[in-house]
Design a protein around this ligand. Structure first.
Ligand SMILES: NC(=O)C1=CN([C@@H]2O[C@H](COP(=O)(O)OP(=O)(O)OC[C@H]3O[C@@H](n4cnc5c(N)ncnc54)[C@H](O)[C@@H]3O)[C@@H](O)[C@H]2O)C=CC1
Ligand SMILES: O=C(CO)COP(=O)(O)O
Length: 333
């Protein structure tokens, strides 16, 4: 394959995707923000800390030059944390005429604006012709980078899906098309909040029944909110919703679940976030989802209690608040 792909972001996900694309024989360039890291990756072909089993093939190159990365290919994947999407979007704006497709691989909402990532990019690239898409599903980077089988959703136009799935969806990553960008994007963002809640439950010894209740009822409250924001209910029951809730909530390698566990040990949000270089998307997204629930007048009880626990509420009191809510119909949307 002679296709070329640029990936912006050299964290766990950007690197796993770079390796994945290179396995389909695409030429891949990764934009690396820190110059020392770019040099390390270029010479050693490995990341010093992340996915250390990976040795990048010669098809993957690394650059610290944003213009070089942008001009490398008309196919872009943005794999930076959600709170940095506007920054990279704004800096890429001069080169949008080069881009044909840009896929967000981030799973979160922007704090302050509550915007989805494709909304953020659309604002940054106002008037540009680049078509936007979203990649989201149960895809822990560690497993993808070891070639373990996985499925995911690549939302966007059929033309975007055809081109991008050819590069990213070979071998052990099976990609499904979707037209519901809003649903795919929100499913991926919201599931991180539920993984935090499950982490809290695991650490607090609340039991398997409680974990199942959090996942199921959490998905319900997220689905209701997502539908209000323009998503299809069925999308949230798919890979980028139910699928990712299951993967992330159950996986000991999930950063969001780990964060919930640390929180339940009594550590503060700042202390936990300060102890890892990695992004925990469920934290900013929980605030955004709580605000969106208020804005639309929709109950988001699990999310609300997660935010309360961020602010110091005990798990015991949060559980009591959830258990004493007024009874409702299960399917009440
Ligand atoms: N790690 C995983 O298993 C998966 C992660 N994701 C999503 O992908 C996104 C990125 O996550 P990870 O790669 O895991 O994060 P990470 O914490 O491993 O690394 C984030 C990377 O983004 C870079 N970055 C931050 N701000 C930047 C900026 N302004 N410009 C350029 N680069 C910048 C950092 O230098 C770092 O290399 C998140 O939204 C996450 O939810 C999605 C699927 C799987
Ligand atoms: O999105 C992911 C898996 O699909 C990664 O989850 P964590 O960010 O919790 O590690």
């Amino acid at each position: 394959m002679n296709e070329r792909l640029t990936i912006f972001g050299s964290g766990n996900w950007g690197l796993a995707l770079a390796d994945q694309a290179s396995r389909s024989m695409a030429q891949v360039m990764v934009y690396v923000r820190r110059r020392e890291l770019q040099q390390f990756l270029t010479t050693r072909r490995q990341h010093p800390d992340y996915l250390r089993h990976l040795t990048f093939s010669s098809q993957v190159s690394f650059t610290n030059d944003l213009e070089e990365a942008a001009r490398f290919s008309p196919y872009w994947v943005l794999a930076v944390p959600s709170q940095h999407m506007r920054d990279i979007g704004q800096r890429l704006e001069p080169w949008t005429p080069v881009a044909r497709y840009a896929v967000s691989a981030a799973k979160g909402l922007e704090v302050g604006t509550d915007r989805r990532m494709t909304e953020v990019l659309r604002e940054c690239w106002h008037g540009a012709k680049v078509e936007l898409g979203v990649l989201s599903g149960p895809n822990l980077a560690g497993e993808i980078s070891q070639g373990q089988p996985a499925a995911s959703v690549l939302a966007g136009s059929p033309a975007l899906f055809k081109s991008m799935a050819n590069i990213l969806g070979q071998g052990n990553l099976r990609l499904y098309g979707q037209r519901d960008i809003v649903g795919v994007e929100l499913g991926g963002a919201f599931k991180n909040i539920l993984a935090i809640a499950v982490g809290i439950a695991v650490e607090s010894g609340l039991g398997d029944n409680a974990q199942a209740a959090i996942m199921t009822r959490g998905l319900h409250e997220m689905g209701r909110l997502a539908v209000r924001m323009g998503a299809r209910w069925e999308t949230l029951a798919g890979l980028s919703g139910l699928g990712d809730v299951v993967a992330t909530s159950n996986s000991p390698s999930s950063r969001n679940r780990w964060f919930g566990q640390e929180l339940a040990k009594g550590r503060s949000v700042d202390a936990i976030l300060g102890s890892t270089p990695m992004v925990v998307e469920g934290v900013p997204t929980a605030y955004a989802a709580r605000d969106l629930g208020q804005k639309f007048g929709l109950p988001v009880p699990i999310t609300t209690e997660v935010v309360e626990i961020f602010n110091g509420k005990s798990v015991k009191l949060a559980v009591e608040a959830l258990m004493s809510r007024q009874r409702v119909e299960e399917s009440d949307r």
